[in-house]
Design a protein around this ligand. Structure first.
Ligand code: FE2
Length: 371
C-alpha cells in the first residue's frame, strides 16, 4: 500500500493548496519530485482512469505487437486476427518475463523467448514445450493451459488512439470522450490521416508539468515568440468538467512563413490525453509516459484531415515546426522541474485566475484522484 497523499505532501501544505482563493496556490513541489507521489498516481489515477496508451496506426497488420507502459506496468498491445486491437499484461505466465520488448510482427502467435511458451493473438496459451517432462506436449498433473493465458486489460480504440483502463471500472469510453467531442465543432475525424511522428525521447520533467504547460496559454507569447503568432489576448481557457485546455481564435490571419498562426484548440482529457487541433485541418496528439517523477517519455503524432490536405506534402516542414515548439517548451519544463528542488516550491507558487484556472482544475483532479 502506498503512503497517503497527506503523508507525502504534509497536512499543512495540502491544506494550503486546498484553501479557497481569491488566489490559488499550485500543487506542492513534492507532487513533482516524490517517488511515493508517482507510486500513488500509478496506483490510483493511472489505474482507475482511461489512459492513453498508444497509436493504432503503429499496429496496422494482424499479428503486430507493441509494448506500452501504463501506471508503470508493462502492457502489450496486439492487433488480433480480426484486426481488433487488444491489450494484455505484457508478462509471460510462466516466469513472468516481459514478453514483448520491441514493436514488431509476431505472426500468428506470441512466443516467449525464455522457454517458448506460445500464446495466440487472443491471449490463449497454446504451447508449453516439455513443461511436464521429456515429451514436447507433456504437462504436469494439475496444470491447465486454459488457466494460464495472457491476462487481458480493458481497452478501446477511438480513431488512432488506444486507451486502456487497468482496473476495468471506469465509465464507458464514450462517456470519457464526450467532453472532448463536444469541443470538436464539426471536425470529421473519419478523415484523419497520419503524416509523421516525432519521438522526443525523455523529457526531464514530471508528466504533470507537461500537461499543465499544454493546458495554459499564458506562456505562448513569451516562449513561442518566434514559432507562433498567437497573441495572448486572442486566447481563452477551456475549463469544462472533463475537458481542460485552452483555445485561440486569431481572427482569420493566415499562416506566415514557418510559424503557427491558426485558430487552435489545445484540449486534454484527464489524466494524459493531449489533443491539439489547428484549423482548418491539422491535428497533433501527444503521448506522454511517466518514467520517474522527473522523467517523461514524449512522442507527438501529426495528422491532417483529408487525403487532399495540402499538409500531406509538408511532413518535413511540420516536423521542423513542431520540433522547434516542443524544444522551446522542454527548456521551460526542465527548469520548472529543477525549480522544484527549492524549498520555495513547497508552497506551489501562485496561479493566474484568468489564464491558469484550467491548470488549477487539472491539479484539483490530481488531488481528488489520489484521495
Ligand atoms: Fe508551449
Amino acid at each position: 500500500m502506498s503512503e497517503s497523499l497527506q503523508s507525502i505532501l504534509g497536512a499543512e501544505t495540502l491544506a494550503a493548496f486546498e484553501a479557497e482563493g481569491p488566489l490559488f496556490s499550485g500543487l506542492p513541489g513534492a507532487a513533482y519530485t516524490s517517488e511515493a507521489f508517482l507510486a500513488l498516481e500509478n496506483e490510483r489515477i493511472f489505474t482507475d482512469s482511461w489512459v492513453f496508451a498508444g497509436f493504432a496506426h503503429e499496429l496496422p497488420r494482424a499479428g503486430d505487437v507493441a509494448p506500452a507502459t501504463v501506471a508503470g506496468r508493462p502492457l502489450l498491445l496486439v492487433r488480433d486476427a480480426e484486426l481488433r486491437v487488444r491489450a494484455f499484461h505484457n508478462v509471460c505466465r510462466h516466469r513472468n518475463l516481459k514478453l514483448v520488448d520491441a514493436p514488431g510482427n509476431a505472426g500468428r502467435a506470441i512466443r516467449c523467448p525464455y522457454h517458448s511458451w506460445t500464446y495466440g493473438l487472443d491471449g490463449t496459451l497454446h504451447v508449453t514445450p516439455y513443461f511436464g517432462g521429456s515429451e514436447p506436449r507433456a504437462v504436469p498433473p494439475g496444470f491447465d493451459r486454459g488457466r494460464h493465458g495472457l491476462v487481458p486489460v480493458r481497452s478501446a480504440t477511438w480513431y488512432d488512439w488506444i486507451f486502456v483502463n487497468l482496473n476495468g471500472a471506469a465509465a464507458a469510453l464514450e462517456e470519457f470522450l464526450a467532453p472532448l467531442r463536444n469541443r470538436l465543432e464539426g471536425i470529421d475525424l473519419t478523415r484523419l490521416h497520419h503524416i509523421a511522428t516525432i519521438d522526443f525521447g525523455e523529457v526531464a520533467a514530471n508528466w504533470k508539468l507537461i500537461l499543465e504547460n499544454f493546458i495554459e496559454p499564458y506562456h505562448v507569447q513569451f516562449v513561442h515568440a518566434t514559432t507562433t503568432e498567437q497573441p495572448l489576448t486572442d486566447h481563452y481557457t477551456v475549463n469544462d468538467s472533463g475537458c481542460l485546455g485552452c483555445a485561440v481564435d486569431v481572427s482569420g490571419e493566415a499562416t506566415r512563413g514557418d510559424t503557427l498562426s491558426a485558430d487552435s484548440r489545445y484540449l486534454t482529457l484527464f489524466p494524459n490525453f493531449v489533443f491539439g487541433l489547428y484549423f482548418p485541418d491539422q491535428i497533433g496528439v501527444q503521448l506522454n509516459v511517466p518514467r520517474a517523477p522527473d522523467r517523461t517519455l514524449q512522442r507527438r503524432a501529426i495528422y491532417s484531415l483529408g487525403p487532399e490536405s495540402r499538409l500531406n506534402a509538408c511532413a518535413e516542414q511540420l516536423v521542423k515546426l513542431w520540433s522547434g515548439v516542443h524544444a522551446e517548451d522542454h527548456a521551460m519544463l526542465e527548469r520548472l522541474q529543477q525549480g522544484r528542488a527549492s524549498e520555495l516550491a513547497a508552497g506551489g507558487g501562485v496561479l493566474s485566475p484568468v489564464w491558469e484556472d484550467a491548470v488549477r482544475s487539472f491539479q484539483e483532479r490530481v488531488v481528488s484522484g489520489l484521495g
